[in-house]
Write a protein that binds this ligand. Structure first.
Ligand SMILES: [Zn+2]
Length: 408
C-alpha cells in the first residue's frame, strides 16, 4: 500500500474506536477516554494515540463499535506449577476436610511441581498463559516458589525464561524462594539457602526478589535480610505482606523501596500512607480473596484514600485458578467498590507500575510499546458489567497481532 499524499505510512493503524482508552498515567479521568480515537503503530511502538488521520497503515483495523485499550498487565501470578488442587477446592467449598492424600496447600503443589520435568512445567504453564493472552493480557509476572529447594527453584527460573522465549507475551520473572518454609527445614536454614541462591537467581533472569512475610511464613527480620541481599545483587523487591496478620512489613517495604506491596489486608491506614509516600504500588487480588473466602477482604478504597497507585492482578495459582483479568476487573468493582475507571487503570497502568515498567508499558502514548487490545463492547463500562466475559477480540503485542484480525 502507498500512503495517501500528506499521510505517514506506518505498520498498523487502528481507527475510529467507539472509545479509545489511553490509560495514560496523567489522565484526569484515569483512563484517557477518547471517543473516536485510534492508534498508529510502527516498529513495535505507538506512534500516535488519539487522532490518527495523518496516518495510513500497511494494515488497518476498523474499531467502530469497539473499545481499544492497552493490554492488561497482570503483575502477580504463580502461573508455573504442577498438578491442581481441585479436590481440595471442592471439599473446602463444601465445608469438608480434603481426604488424606489429596494435594493441599503450597506444600501439596510443591510435591506436584517437583514431580514434573522442566519441559512438562513449560507445557502446562504455556497453556494457561495462552489463555491469559487470549483474554487480553500482554505482560505478566511469573513467580517461582513451588520448588522450595535450591535445584527445584533454579528449574522454575529456567522455566520462566523458556516461557518468555516461547510465547508472545512479555514475562517478568520473579524469584520467590521465600514463598514458604521448605518442609522439614529449619526456617533459618532455608533462609540461608535463599540468601545463597540470590546471585544465581539474577543470573537466571529474575528481575524481582519476593518474600512472603506473614505469621507461619517469613519473619520481618528474615524478610529484611532476603530483600536487602537481593537488592545487593540487582534484584528489585516485591513483598507479600499482611495477607492474614499484621506484620509491620509495610515499613520495610517502604524502606527498601519495594516496587510493589501485595495483599495488604491487615496493613494500617498510616502504613498505607507511608507506602504511598515511598512510591510503592499496592496490588489487589479480588479473585484470590473470593477463591479462599478470605476472612478480611481488602477494601481497595483505603489504598486510594492513602494516595497509592493500585494494581489489579489475577494471582493465578492452584488455589485461585483464573487467567482472566476481565474477572479481576468485575470483582474489583463489585466486591471491592472500585470505580470502573479505577479498575481499568489498575489493570493496565497500575500493573505496569507494580512491575516498574510504567514508563514503557501499560498505556497508549507515542513511544510506548504497542501492546493493546480491541474489545467487542461499545463502552468501557461493559468490561465490569459483563461479569467475567472475555470481550477481548484482538491482541497486539509489540506491534504484532497475536490474536484476532483473521488469525483465529
Ligand atoms: Zn502470591
Amino acid at each position: 500500500m502507498t500512503a495517501r499524499s500528506g499521510t505517514q505510512l506506518v505498520d498498523l493503524v487502528v481507527t475510529g474506536a467507539a472509545e479509545l482508552l489511553t490509560c495514560a498515567g496523567d489522565a484526569p479521568d484515569l483512563i484517557g477516554r477518547n471517543p473516536g480515537g485510534g492508534v498508529a503503530i510502527d516498529g513495535g511502538a505507538n506512534t500516535a494515540g488519539g487522532g490518527v488521520g495523518g496516518y495510513a497503515g500497511r494494515r488497518e483495523i476498523d474499531a467502530r463499535t469497539k473499545v481499544v485499550m492497552p493490554g492488561f498487565v497482570d503483575s502477580h501470578t504463580h502461573v508455573v506449577f504442577g498438578g491442581d488442587r481441585a479436590c481440595e477446592y471442592a471439599h473446602v467449598a463444601a465445608g469438608q476436610e480434603p481426604p488424606a492424600g489429596a494435594s493441599v496447600g503450597i506444600l501439596g503443589t510443591m510435591a506436584d511441581t517437583r514431580s514434573l520435568t522442566a519441559a512438562e512445567l513449560v507445557d502446562t504453564a504455556a497453556g494457561r498463559i495462552r489463555e491469559m493472552i487470549s483474554s487480553g493480557t500482554t505482560t505478566l509476572e511469573s513467580k517461582t516458589g513451588y520448588g522450595l529447594d535450591t535445584g527445584s527453584e533454579q528449574r522454575l527460573l529456567e522455566v520462566n525464561s523458556k516461557l518468555a522465549a516461547l510465547l508472545p507475551a512479555r514475562i517478568v520473572s520473579t524469584y520467590l524462594g521465600a514463598h514458604a518454609i521448605a518442609p522439614g527445614r529449619d526456617p533459618e536454614d532455608w533462609t540461608a539457602d535463599i540468601l545463597a541462591q540470590l546471585p544465581d537467581a539474577a543470573d537466571r533472569g529474575a528481575v524481582f526478589n519476593d518474600v512472603y512475610c506473614d505469621a507461619g511464613y517469613f519473619s520481618l527480620e528474615q524478610s529484611r535480610r532476603i530483600l536487602e541481599a537481593g537488592a545487593a545483587h540487582g534484584l528489585a523487591a516485591k513483598i507479600h505482606l499482611d495477607a492474614y496478620s499484621h506484620t509491620g512489613a509495610a515499613a520495610l517495604a517502604a524502606e527498601v523501596g519495594a516496587v510493589s506491596a501485595d495483599h495488604l489486608n491487615f496493613t494500617t491506614d498510616g502504613e498505607l500512607r507511608a507506602l504511598a509516600d515511598a512510591g510503592v504500588t499496592g496490588v489487589y487480588m479480588p479473585c484470590l480473596e473470593f477463591a479462599v473466602q478470605h476472612p478480611a477482604p481488602l477494601d481497595p478504597r483505603r489504598l486510594y484514600d492513602a494516595g497509592m497507585e493500585v494494581a489489579l492482578a489475577t494471582d493465578i495459582c492452584p488455589g485461585c485458578w483464573t487467567t482472566s483479568m476481565h474477572l479481576a476487573i468485575a470483582m474489583g468493582c463489585r466486591t471491592g467498590g472500585m470505580s470502573i475507571a479505577q479498575a481499568l487503570r489498575a489493570a493496565t497502568y497500575g500493573g505496569a507500575s507494580a512491575l516498574g515498567l510504567a514508563g514503557t508499558l501499560g498505556s497508549l502514548a507515542p513511544g510506548m510499546a504497542a501492546d493493546l487490545q480491541v474489545l467487542d463492547v461499545p463502552s468501557h463500562e461493559h468490561l465490569a458489567y459483563r461479569i467475567g466475559r472475555n470481550s477481548t477480540q484482538t491482541v497486539i503485542i509489540g506491534g504484532t497481532i497475536v490474536k484476532g484480525a483473521g488469525l483465529d
